[in-house]
Design a protein around this ligand. Structure first.
Ligand code: NG6
Ligand code: CA
Length: 510
């Protein structure tokens, strides 16, 4: 069983909801800025030379920049589920990429990052992409929508229900669609057309962005989406304004709550598809529309930082910046992102990206800035967003009950830069499950939560024989010398394959 707390913390036994004795009154504000589909190589401070990210580079220069930090998964929903709950998403069915009419997948009442921080006296706010489902069963978008963010620990929320490319294309503030005209009710269906709005499939001539795959249902704002929607015309978002709208909500939350400790979870839409920057960013990066929305994202971050500065909160605010999964260039819209990259490498030196079991799938930028506490620098500690629950509990001196955040480790010393050591091992979800431990990376490609990994030497040999050197074979990489995962050592290191397979299996069974 993993030990969640540092030794000092573990010595103090107390009940959930109580404070660990000896707590000082540090309580920094906490702002988590969570980008979408941003890769390891997308920022200047991570090696990008053409796309300009001055605000994030400044944040990194003032804080700690992690070289081996991970989202839990190579796609959105499982990463967000893990970040908020401290539990690997593959332990629960139904936690893969969700449609926009899915039910809430976090059980109300469960201890989440915001619920725990609320107990610790924080005001908690959620702004931006949700993608964790809403309600129970069929959702009536025209009345109160619950349960949602407010039932899992947030005091206030302003969200996109799912993604920018999924209906319904409306914002939800707390439990209501924003700007809805009751005379024009919203209907949503993911299986069959509703209403008579044109679709991308039948009306490609009406599209301002062409399609490369999928996304051919209802057209909203000249862009066709996944899923069908009718009504709610006055409430529909304008993609070009989304970064401005969300940033305004995020900074307003900080303004409103400046007088007491707050936790803001600001999940940007950038740099997910459809990539539709505001005209002031369009064509500006020189690296195509994907570069433009990275620069727009950097602007959003700059606005949050400027707000903290203006309110003189920057010193005692822990700002964490990261991404929910690795990068993808063509994700279904023919937006010319690929030919326009102009040498920019979204995953930097890493192999793979979004959806992939290679490091580019989950290894993402992570910057931690807290001028009062964290010395600027670079950390190579292995750390995962799933650790935020136990780490924030340690930071705010709260005790978690044993069942909370079963996969979350307290990595506070690594996060604060006082230790170079993070977690011992990490399961990465993407194209199956993979395991990181020390310098090793085992890619098992076992289906999430199904089948077993290769647990014996004999089985490894048999599997290799069966699969040959194909992509489905077990792969083993020594990341210390081969960070780009080019040299599969599985056949020459059966011992390591066996050991790591056993550990992966043990974690799966926990
Ligand atoms: C895929 C979509 C992709 C994106 C992804 C979710 C198609 C062909 N592809 O199914 O465009 O929406 O789901 O991305 O529809 S995530 O970042 O939210 O996980
Ligand atoms: Ca994503």
């Amino acid at each position: 069983m993993r030990s969640r707390f540092s030794t000092a913390t573990a010595l103090v036994l107390a009940l959930w909801g109580t404070t660990v004795s000896g707590a000082d009154d540090v309580s920094p504000n906490i702002v988590v800025i969570y980008a979408d589909d941003l890769g390891y190589g997308d920022l200047g401070c991570y090696g990008a030379t053409q796309v300009k990210t001055p605000n994030l580079d400044r944040l990194a220069a003032r804080g700690l920049r992690f070289t081996d930090a991970h989202a839990s998964a190579a796609t959105c929903t499982p990463s967000r589920y893990a970040l908020l709950t401290g539990e690997y998403a593959w332990r629960q069915k139904g936690t893969n990429i969700l449609p926009g009419d899915a039910s809430l997948i976090i059980k109300p009442g469960r201890i989440t990052v915001p619920a725990m921080l609320k107990q610790a006296g924080y005001t908690t706010g959620c702004v931006g992409k949700w993608h964790l489902g809403l309600g129970e069963g069929p959702i009536d978008w025209n009345s109160e929508i619950r349960p949602g963010p407010l039932e899992v620990g947030f005091d206030s929320s302003f969200i996109l229900p799912a993604t920018g490319d999924r209906v319904p294309c409306v914002y939800v503030k707390d439990r209501r669609v924003v700007g809805l005209d009751p005379k024009d009710p919203i209907r949503v269906d993911y299986l069959q057309p509703v209403g008579d709005d044109p679709t991308g499939r039948l009306n490609p001539d009406q599209l301002k962005i062409k399609l490369s795959h999928g996304h051919d249902n209802t057209i909203v704002n000249g862009i066709s989406r996944i899923g069908y929607m009718a009504g709610g015309k006055a409430a529909r978002w304008v993609d070009e304004d989304m970064a401005d709208v969300l940033t305004r909500e995020a900074t307003a939350f900080i303004d409103r709550n400046q007088a007491h400790p707050f936790f803001l979870y600001f999940a940007t839409h950038d740099v997910h598809v459809p990539r539709v920057p505001h005209p002031r960013f369009a064509g500006k990066s020189g690296c195509g529309v994907r570069g433009d929305v990275i620069e727009e994202l950097d602007w959003c971050v700059g606005e949050v930082l400027a707000t903290l500065d203006r309110l003189k909160l920057a010193d005692n605010t822990l700002v964490l910046f990261s991404s929910d999964n690795g990068p993808v260039v063509d994700d279904g819209y023919a937006d010319d992102a690929e030919p326009m990259l102009n040498g920019h490498r979204p995953a930097g030196p890493l192999r793979g990206g979004k959806y992939s079991p290679y490091e580019g799938g989950t290894r993402v930028p992570l910057i931690a800035c807290w001028p009062a506490k964290i010395k600027p620098g670079i950390s190579d500690a292995l750390i995962c967003q799933i650790d935020l629950l136990a780490t924030f509990a340690a930071l705010t001196k709260r005790n978690l009950p044993q069942e909370a955040g079963p996969d979350s480790f307290d990595v506070l010393p690594a996060l604060l830069g006082t230790s170079p050591v993070g977690r011992d091992h990490l399961v990465e979800q993407g194209g199956g499950l993979s395991l990181r431990q020390g310098k090793w990376k085992l890619i098992s490609r076992q289906a999430n939560g199904q089948g077993g990994p290769v647990a014996t030497k004999k089985a490894a040999v048999a599997k290799k024989k069966k699969n040959g050197p194909s992509a489905s074979a077990v792969e083993l990489f020594d990341l210390a010398v081969d960070p780009a995962e080019t040299n599969n050592l599985a056949s020459s290191h059966l011992e390591e394959v066996e050991q790591l397979s056993r550990l992966l299996e043990r974690i799966r069974q926990e």
